[in-house]
Design a protein around this ligand. Structure first.
Ligand code: NAI
Length: 711
């Protein structure tokens, strides 16, 4: 219907008495200023055209409209008239009925545009929603005022504070759309709908003029209930509350007043650190996929047959990740018993999800069917990709890689899931180190979305490109990191945990440290995390590391004491806390142990402020992150942020540790580190890069940008 090669951002066509306005701004038809201006021009033309009796707005390509142009945030382009929110009113004011033809993901400003139309027809595959809350803002183009008038107050509150989209069926059920089109030609169906309107002489139905469907008392109650729920689920964030406030205004204000107030709330949200952080996180994730010396058009190696070695905790979870994404894998063990145990754990895992109603019996069966067990490493003979997840011992891994070198087909990618061992030393035992890399999944691997893609000294570029592409296919966010102890995430975790231990020796209790870190926005503080992971595991690692590290680097003996008592954390009902179910309760026995440890060290316990707790935990991360950057082990600061957002529960609305440092101000961070350095010594010495940037009045973000520009 529309000339696809046209470069105009918006096309205007006439079909009988119906004018069709097509948004043509690939890839996703965002409402950039030239699109807004062109739609306004079309509307004016249509208004004056006596031969036009109805209007359809549709989109070329993937969707109707992708919403506001996120690149215009915090730029003057956002203010160019008509501003997005005025455009929706212009559409609504049209005296001829306007029908939106919705297809593809029609979210945010895209859906607000459809709400400005008088009627809506959706393709069966369309998804519609107002996800602004995920970017730290509110729907600011009338969405908070129109949606409640169209779908009812309660549904609007849920959609706007939660940000989740609905599909076409649901949209029809709640009244968001008037009709679901036949598959394929939503624009044609919308035109047919418009002709029906003309024939039946049905005029515009302006959403802003509809009443809000709720009793005032019920509305106020709903607002209170939602607020209480958000105080738990969105602690520390502002945007969900701002969304709620604006929607709640529909209970007491006229459309016009609510709409004016929406703009004020929206402006404050757009300017907030929370929104900047969330926008940073959004772009950081996209950026992570780009590797400067690996061209985007690198030919990928085929990955059709995947083998996983080791059906333990990680191997099983990794197999599930592939099976969940519709890919088949062979899971290999050394003997039948271990294999059956591993497959049994996977089945039990799926069954638990099924029992919670989150997986159908059929889907469970389909996923299990994608995982084929095999005994003996010879089963790798046809694999394009082998992921090794056997015991964490260098001898064992090297033996496995020697076998892989002998058995795996030429060109196969050989990956290790080691969390602490030297990937170069593993690659070195093969005759094809260019095919070897680390794929560091996080536990539980079927749930956690981070994948550290460890680039070893000789790893080939197409191997990196292939694994990065694959990670997206299994719903993981791949981040390229270099070889070092702990790679990026765990290396930074070490000083963070060290500070947590020091803090309790000096005067805090686990519950103090956890509270401060949780108030900052982490779901769990370091002690609750340790209890959940199992203290026996950290104990084993510490004992092993103690053999190779200088005595003064040993961790606090407190961990020894607690483990000697058989308190291994949540699974034994006691660790740093005692447990009532999953509830961590501070334990006087642990507090006494801690005080005894402080006495033994001869240091008087002191009151440690929340500010100090926070700075020591978070700044230790930042400082280590800066060292990682200066050593070239991460490509960019924003990659480190992505690691922490996806692997460690760093609050997304703070952007990640490095972006948070930018927000605090690097000079401020360095001044505090200098103070800590003077008090506690070398471990706190600010990283050279951090000091350099602070002295230049710069930021990690600017450093990333300079490097991307080749400076
Ligand atoms: P695990 O002990 O649960 O599983 C290891 C499995 O490998 C066992 O089932 C064992 O029978 C099998 N296995 C040993 N040698 C084998 C061989 N030659 N061929 C086939 N199978 C063999 O260990 P887990 O926790 O799954 O760890 C596996 C790897 O993943 C380790 O390198 C570990 O450092 C790494 N990792 C572990 C994480 C965790 O949180 N558990 C997180 C990230 C990485």
């Amino acid at each position: 219907m529309v000339a696809k090669e046209s470069n105009e951002p918006v096309l205007l066509q006439q079909q009988g008495g119906v004018a069709v306005i097509t948004i043509n701004n690939p890839p996703v038809n965002v409402l950039a200023k030239q699109v807004r201006m062109a739609i306004a021009d079309c509307l004016e033309e249509v208004q004056d055209d006596r031969l036009v009796n109805a209007v359809v707005i549709c989109g070329n390509g993937r969707n109707l409209c992708g919403g506001a142009d996120i690149r215009e945030f915090n730029t003057p382009d956002r203010q160019v008239k008509p501003m997005t929110r005025d455009l929706m009113n212009l559409i609504e004011a049209c005296e001829k009925p306007v029908v939106a033809a919705i297809h593809g993901p029609t979210l945010g400003g895209g859906l607000e545009l459809a709400l400005g139309c008088h009627y809506r027809v959706a393709d069966p595959t369309a998804s519609m929603g107002l996800p602004e809350v995920h970017r730290g803002v509110i729907p600011g183009a009338g969405g908070t005022q129109r949606l409640p008038r169209l779908v009812g107050f309660q549904t609007a509150v849920e959609m706007i504070t939660g940000g989740a989209p609905v599909d076409a069926g649901k949209a029809l059920e709640i009244g968001l759309v008037d009709r679901v089109a036949d598959d394929g030609d939503v624009c044609g169906d919308a035109v047919a709908f418009a002709h029906e309107l003309i024939e039946t002489e049905t005029g515009p139905r302006r959403v802003s003029e509809l009443p809000v469907d709720v009793e005032p008392d019920t509305g106020a109650e709903l607002v209170e209930e939602t607020r209480t729920r958000l105080e738990k689920s969105a602690r520390g964030m502002q945007a969900p509350f701002s969304c709620l406030e604006s929607v709640a205004n529909t209970l007491t204000m006229s459309f016009r007043d609510g709409w004016t107030r929406e703009a004020e709330i929206s402006q404050a949200a757009v300017a907030s650190v929370e929104s900047r952080s969330l926008v940073h996180a959004f772009f950081a994730e996209r950026q992570a996929a780009k590797i400067p010396d690996v061209p985007a058009d690198t030919t990928l190696r085929p990955v059709d047959r995947i083998a996983i070695l080791g059906a333990g905790t990680m191997g099983g979870g990794i197999a599930m990740s592939f099976a969940n994404a519709g890919m088949s894998v062979t899971l290999i063990e050394t003997d039948q018993d271990s294999l059956e145990r591993g497959l049994g754990r996977i089945e039990a895992n799926y069954a638990a999800t099924r029992d919670r109603g989150r997986l159908s019996e059929d889907d469970m069966a389909a996923r299990m069917a994608r995982i084929t067990g095999a005994v003996g490493i010879e089963a790798v003979a046809e694999a394009d990709l082998v992921i090794e997840a056997v015991f964490e011992e260098m001898d064992v891994k090297q033996a496995v890689f020697r076998d892989l070198d002998r058995l795996a087909p030429e060109g196969a990618i050989l990956a290790t899931n080691t969390s602490t061992l030297d990937v170069d030393a593993i690659a070195a035992v093969t005759s094809r180190p260019e095919d070897v890399l680390g794929m560091h999944f996080f536990s539980p691997a079927n749930v956690m979305t981070l994948l550290e893609v460890v680039r070893a000294e000789k790893t080939a570029k197409d191997v990196i490109a292939t694994v990065m592409a694959l990670s997206a296919n299994v719903d993981k966010t791949g981040v390229v990191v270099g070889v070092c102890d702990g790679f990026v995430g765990n290396r930074m975790l070490a000083p963070y945990f060290r500070q947590a231990d020091f803090l309790v020796e000096e005067g805090a209790y686990p519950q103090d440290v956890d509270r401060v870190v949780e108030e900052f926005g982490f779901r769990m503080g370091p002690f609750r995390v340790s209890d959940l992971a199992g203290l026996d595991i950290s104990w084993a690692i510490e004992k092993r590391r103690a053999e190779t590290r200088p005595a003064e680097e040993r961790f606090s003996p407190l961990l020894d004491r607690i483990c000697e008592l058989g308190r291994y954390g949540q699974k034994t009902g006691a660790g740093w806390y005692s447990y009532e179910g999953r509830n961590a309760v501070p334990d006087p026995e642990i507090e006494a142990l801690i005080r005894a440890r402080s006495d033994q060290m001869g240091s008087a316990r002191r009151n440690i402020s929340d500010e100090e707790i926070l700075q020591r935990c978070i700044y230790s991360l930042i400082n280590e992150g800066a060292r990682i950057l200066q050593e070239g082990l991460a490509i960019r600061a924003s990659d480190i942020d992505v690691v922490w957002l996806h692997g460690y529960g760093f609050p997304r609305w703070r952007g990640g540790p490095m972006f948070y440092a930018d927000m605090v101000g690097l000079d401020e961070v360095v001044a505090t580190l200098d103070r800590f350095h003077a008090d506690w010594g070398d471990k706190w010495e600010p990283a050279a890069l951090l000091r350099e940037l602070a002295e230049a009045g710069s930021t990690f973000k600017a450093w990333d940008a300079d490097r991307a520009a080749g400076a």
